[in-house]
Design a protein around this ligand. Sequence first.
Ligand SMILES: Cc1cc2nc3c(=O)[nH]c(=O)nc-3n(C[C@H](O)[C@H](O)[C@H](O)COP(=O)(O)O)c2cc1C
Length: 212
Amino acid sequence: MSDSLNLSADEVLTTTRSVRKRLDFSRPVDPAVIRECLEIAGQAPSASNRQDWHFIFVTEPEKRALLADIYARGAEISYASRDNQDLAVSEDKRRVRESSQYLIKHMAEAPVLFIPCIEGRTDNAPVEKQASRWGTIVPAMWSFMLAARNRGLGTCLTTMHLNLEREAAEVLEIPYDEIMQVGLIPVAYTKGTDFKLAKRQPLDSVMHWEGW
Ligand SMILES: Cc1cc2nc3c(=O)[nH]c(=O)nc-3n(C[C@H](O)[C@H](O)[C@H](O)COP(=O)(O)O)c2cc1C
């Protein structure tokens, strides 16, 4: 067993932040720790218990650089479309944007890049198929991130490389027509392990009883 921060379940659930600027790129990550987190992630539910998920971890510097470049170009595509809709950017959004820019510059330096994948593409699929595909990989992906947090590792789910998913599939030799990538997640030890609760919308604005 690797070193654990021994956080309570509630602490892990409330302090697993998207870590960008506090990723420690200088500290190596033992593959055994990644394996341990994935063992835990494998306990997540999946549609019909098919477990038709796949988890790619990339440590080779050349491949990380290629993926980081794809991510940066994917981010440009996302931002170009968002900027038109989102002219009045709030202070919070500005902070996320700045942190996001930092990650765009430094993605290649993360010692491990994690790409969760799922069998079956949902391009133009009915909603039920979409829910079953994404719903099969997201719980496991999040469990991995929670297990990582409890071991002092930081992660940040990113999706912008999916604008250029086919290019990433070529780099990683993923059979694109059968396998869908779900994200690109840097994994590294964090600078310090103290993370706080985030500010969220007031509960009453999103909580509904007995119907909408
Ligand atoms: C579906 C999804 C996609 C995301 N995509 C990106 C991304 O492409 N790049 C990035 O830097 N952060 C990304 N994030 C992280 C969010 O910006 C982050 O979760 C949010 O700002 C709240 O911060 P917190 O996770 O620290 O509480 C994504 C998060 C989710 C859930």
